[in-house]
Design a protein around this ligand. Structure first.
Ligand SMILES: *[C@@H]1O[C@H](CO)[C@@H](O)[C@H](O)[C@H]1NC(C)=O
Ligand SMILES: *[C@@H]1O[C@H](CO)[C@@H](O)[C@H](O)[C@H]1NC(C)=O
Ligand SMILES: *[C@@H]1O[C@H](CO)[C@@H](O)[C@H](O)[C@H]1NC(C)=O
Ligand SMILES: *[C@@H]1O[C@H](CO)[C@@H](O)[C@H](O)[C@H]1NC(C)=O
Ligand SMILES: *[C@@H]1O[C@H](CO)[C@@H](O)[C@H](O)[C@H]1NC(C)=O
Ligand SMILES: *[C@@H]1O[C@H](CO)[C@@H](O)[C@H](O)[C@H]1NC(C)=O
Length: 496
């Protein structure tokens, strides 16, 4: 009896040991996969559409980043939408496996990219000229579609310095380049920026509470990005004044295209190209509009802190901070400035940082420049940057000190509120001048306030814990399924 019992025990051990090892392996693999997914998708928790400005009503509930990316690539989305079909065709032409000789040549020959982008236009027209007929699109989008093949507009005015306006005798590479989108007649905005947060040369940083770093400083440069004055709009011709301004300040970069809302994407693409040639040493780019206020001293310290973090080389590869809007769907209200019809673009937008003000690394700028040659222009500039980021498998990181939609609730009334932020959108030139003076004035009393992002970092940790628990639970569930479904399920799954 006892011997028999022992035999059963052995059989049990024989059968169960692999089971236990397999189970442990399963839990381990499950955990590893979950953790890596979590670290990739971390920004998903932070990005939620915050304002109806960019976002249609139906999308506000949808905050699932993973789903959104799949939608961006989903094939059925491409049917009957002009941009999607063009991009699908281009992706096919650039496919590294299907077209490897072409893909190789492409790294050497940059006019080849243009050639392929244009080729996708003829392919799409050939495929079905009813569905993608440009004439069916609304007027404004039609104009865009007609010119979206062209991006080689010549430079009309460019900065005197190699990479924007700069201070005298810089002793180290500049930390930051302000690249500000403006229009020819917004002279007041430019002047307010030059006198306040956009000053060039050596700029002192400001201690950020809670970080070990003391007041340092860094070199800053500035460039304004402009197109040609819109001839259809009434107003005086300022092109001669702009030339004088350019001679005097040396911070004007102007191209030969009409400065309209749907042409703003051209400024990004052409700026990246200019930057890649002229600004090799600059560490960061701040790209923003001309109606924002920037807390430059804190921004400088903040960026220096980023540079002192471990793995800085790897982090700079994908470094982009801003007010991230995730899972937004295109605006389908036909009277809106942001209106994009279904016949032009289908699917959700990829996560993107609000174009009012965002920071990215010089290294990422060069990568964006290269990838932009494979992505068709999109009428909305910040969405286009998001599309390029998806191609680079990079994601913008949300930062609560970047406010594109003003302070929440009464936060702005606090006398120290502007010390807690890095960027805020929608401030007039007069407000900018006043805010800058106030910032200096309240400096002694507000020295110890922390940036808004600090409280968020705490939340992030909470999310991480919850995430790990969820992963554990998922691994346990997976193990149960494995255990009870037997080998058969696994084998068929493997065969597939
Ligand atoms: C969004 O929904 C609200 C009501 O829920 C409605 O009043 C508003 O007009 C809608 N806006 C748009 C752009 O559809
Ligand atoms: C680059 O590619 C284009 C388009 O295929 C071709 O016309 C051109 O000759 C190529 N240039 C070089 C230098 O290979
Ligand atoms: C494209 O349009 C032309 C004329 O507009 C027509 O003759 C041709 O049959 C159309 N092709 C397809 C594939 O629909
Ligand atoms: C963009 O600029 C070009 C060149 O000036 C112009 O022809 C075109 O109409 C502009 N596009 C839009 C959408 O305004
Ligand atoms: C906008 O849409 C409404 C109804 O959805 C339609 O009546 C109107 O004509 C459209 N306006 C334009 C300019 O297309
Ligand atoms: C700022 O830092 C000081 C000392 O490091 C600390 O006592 C204070 O609580 C901090 N203030 C905030 C608002 O975090």
């Amino acid at each position: 009896m006892a011997r028999c019992y022992l035999r059963w025990c052995r059989v049990l051990i024989c059968v169960c040991t692999p089971c236990i090892f397999l189970a442990l392996l399963f839990v381990y693999v499950g955990l590893t996969v979950c953790m890596s997914m979590r670290s990739m998708a971390a920004p998903a928790f932070e990005i939620m559409p915050k304002s109806p400005h960019f976002v249609a009503n139906e999308s506000v509930r949808n905050n699932n980043l993973i789903k959104e990316i799949r939608t961006f690539w989903e094939n059925q989305c491409h049917k009957k939408a002009f941009w999607n079909q063009l991009q699908l065709d281009t992706d096919f032409l650039f496919h590294p496996i299907l077209h490897s000789p072409k893909a190789k040549r492409l790294t050497k020959n940059s006019s080849f990219d243009d050639f392929l982008l244009k080729k996708s236009f003829s392919a799409v027209h050939r495929l079905n000229n009813m569905t993608y007929n440009v004439e069916e699109l609304p007027e404004r989008v039609q104009v865009f579609a007609r010119y979206m093949q062209t991006r080689d507009y010549p430079v009309l005015l460019q900065p005197g310095g190699e990479c924007g306006a700069q201070g005298k005798d810089e002793r180290e590479p500049p930390l930051l380049l302000f690249a500000i989108k403006t229009t020819p007649d917004n002279f007041n905005n430019r002047q307010a920026i030059r006198q306040t947060w956009g000053q060039v040369g050596w700029v002192a940083g400001q201690k950020i509470n809670g970080s070990g770093r003391d007041n340092g400083g860094a070199y800053v440069r500035r460039v304004f990005l402009l197109g040609k004055q819109n001839t259809k709009e009434p107003g005086v011709d300022v092109s001669e004044l702009l030339k004088l301004e350019s001679n005097f300040y040396g911070d004007i970069l102007q191209w030969d295209f009409e400065d309209t809302f749907f042409n703003l994407t051209l400024k990004d693409v052409l700026f990246w190209s200019w930057f890649s040639h002229s600004c090799k040493q600059t560490h960061f780019v701040f790209k923003g509009d001309d109606d924002i206020f920037v807390n430059t001293p804190k921004l400088i310290t903040y960026l220096q802190i980023q540079m002192e973090k471990p793995h800085v080389k790897k982090n700079m590869h994908n470094f982009m901070f801003g007010d991230v809007i995730g899972a937004a769907s295109p605006n389908r209200v036909n009277i809106s400035k942001y209106f994009i019809p279904h016949s032009f673009y289908k699917g959700l937008y990829p996560a993107y940082a609000g174009g009012g003000g965002l920071v990215y690394s010089g290294q990422l700028t060069r990568r964006l420049h290269l990838i932009s040659k494979r992505v068709h222009l999109f009428p909305i500039d910040d969405v286009y940057v998001g599309m390029c980021m998806v191609r680079l498998n990079a994601f913008p990181t949300h930062n609560h000190a970047f406010l594109m939609f003003d302070f929440p609730k009464n936060e702005g009334k606090d006398p120290c509120s502007y010390h807690t932020i890095l960027v805020i959108h929608k401030r007039s030139p007069n407000q900018v001048v006043k805010l800058w003076a106030d910032l200096k004035h309240t400096q002694p009393q507000c020295r110890d306030v922390a940036l808004r992002l600090d409280e968020i970092n705490k939340n992030q940790n909470k999310y991480h814990c919850a995430g790990i628990l969820k992963c554990l639970w998922a691994a346990v569930q997976a193990y149960m399924v494995f255990k009870f479904s037997g080998n058969w399920g696994i084998r068929t799954a493997y065969k597939k």
